[in-house]
Design a protein around this ligand. Structure first.
Ligand code: CMP
Length: 139
């Protein structure tokens, strides 16, 4: 059965533009409950580790540089069918292809600076939640 938790990150472009509140409000409108949150400026080592699965991709260096360029906001979210629902709500990786009303259609600039990350499977949601919130209190 699909799980009830997923991990999202309001990325440095959206956080730096003061869009975190609007994005979280949109997620809440879609039924997500924030279970844990942090504001943090990732080091290049942390950003590289988080996206290690993409290490062989041509955009990896750009991705790591961008994700460590300023503060971001990781959030642990809860809802029925959390992973699939959140991926629908955030929209396609490239905002030019994202559906109307999605986070990336509303707030992203490009495939690289695309406002938000979301886990792509229950397995990765657990790994990514542990990356940011291992040992943290959740409510
Ligand atoms: P995200 O959901 O955080 O997962 C991996 C990220 O890699 C993705 O969002 C994009 O921000 C980034 N990405 C994917 N494809 C490209 C690309 N062609 N150029 C730059 N960044 C990319």
């Amino acid at each position: 059965m699909a799980g009830r938790h997923t991990l999202t990150i309001v990325k440095p472009d959206a956080f730096g533009a003061g869009k975190a509140g609007l994005i979280i409000a949109l997620l809440e409108k879609h039924g997500f409950v924030v279970k844990a949150a942090r504001v943090m400026h990732l080091s290049t080592e942390q950003a590289g580790g988080f996206y290690a699965v993409h290490a062989a991709r041509p955009f990896y260096g750009e991705l790591v540089e961008f994700m460590s360029s300023g503060p971001c906001m990781p959030l642990l979210l809860e809802r029925d069918d959390a992973v699939a629902t959140l991926r629908t709500v955030i929209g396609a990786t490239d905002p030019a292809e994202a559906a109307e009303g999605t986070v990336r259609k509303l707030y992203a600039e490009s495939k690289g600076r695309n406002a938000i990350h979301a886990s792509d499977s229950d397995e990765n949601a657990a790994i990514e939640a542990a990356f940011f919130f291992a040992g943290a209190d959740t409510i």
